[in-house]
Design a protein around this ligand. Sequence first.
Ligand SMILES: NC(=O)c1ccc[n+]([C@@H]2O[C@H](COP(=O)([O-])OP(=O)(O)OC[C@H]3O[C@@H](n4cnc5c(N)ncnc54)[C@H](O)[C@@H]3O)[C@@H](O)[C@H]2O)c1
Length: 301
Amino acid sequence: MKIQNILALGCGTMGSQPGFYYAMHGFNVTQFDISEEALAACKAYHRRYVEPFRAAFPSFTDEDIDAGLARISYSSDLEVAARDIDFVTESVPEVLEIKQQVYADLNRYCPAHTIFATNTSTMAPSAMVESTGRPERFLAVHYAVGMWDSPIAEVMKHPGTDDAVFQEVVEFVQSSKLVPIKIEIEQPGYIINSLLVPWLSAGLSLVVNGVSSHQDVDRTWMICAQGMRMGPIGVIDQVGFEVSCNIHRLKAAEEPDNPQYQKNIDYLEEYFLSKGHTGALSGQGFYSYPDPEYLEPGFLK
Ligand SMILES: NC(=O)c1ccc[n+]([C@@H]2O[C@H](COP(=O)([O-])OP(=O)(O)OC[C@H]3O[C@@H](n4cnc5c(N)ncnc54)[C@H](O)[C@@H]3O)[C@@H](O)[C@H]2O)c1
């Protein structure tokens, strides 16, 4: 089977990106969300992604970009959106019950050949596999926010994934100019978050505990880990505070004797989320966007 028609489910911080990226690389994409507001916001994000995408892929002409945008449609009717779909990339909220319901609906409406790929950040695919009704055609494909700058796809099996489906997905992401990272055994957090989460949490804890300013935490990292465009606090802005809080909640449950995770959550809620500041996408995180201080010439001086 050749993957050509893609359904991108969930139009938030993450879900708005793979749809855009695949459309730019020649695939037909339907963006689905239950919220009309989220669909409208997604259209606006897609226009905002053009500039960073072009910086990463300078060979794309104006015509290529227009053709890419024209390959995206937006829908809040799953039954219609699921018709003729070959590949689903799911980025609905990180809540097991929501994902399970979504997979049960997808299984009802999608053709039998459709491959389902969850973009969950923290769960094992086997946690939701039963609801898919098609364990052998289900796996995880996890992207990094800012896909054009960090073009990887972590392709992860669960024990029931068909090897041929796994290989097909690896080749598909490769054909879209993403580097496939093959993960053979379920690892919640994949490779990226297994490395990243302790680092983000350490950076945030330094700020929350009043050890240093968010600028100095980031500066330290950016100067010493040469070539890094941002430090841990800049990355937390990009990831978004809701996802960051979810990750901290999971860590708090894993390490009930460590109060720091809850302290970090309380801080993000009090100083940001309660004011509607959810990170870079909302225009305000620790830094203000679209022109954050860490990109200013002189920030590292
Ligand atoms: N933000 C990140 O850095 C990041 C990176 C990789 C993976 N992820 C994963 O992507 C998923 C989504 O994260 P996000 O940051 O985009 O969340 P988000 O809250 O920004 O967006 C979630 C979207 O899903 C929509 N939604 C809710 N219920 C739905 C349903 N039943 N059907 C369709 N859409 C529904 C919401 O309206 C919203 O637009 C999570 O599983 C997260 O772990 C996030």
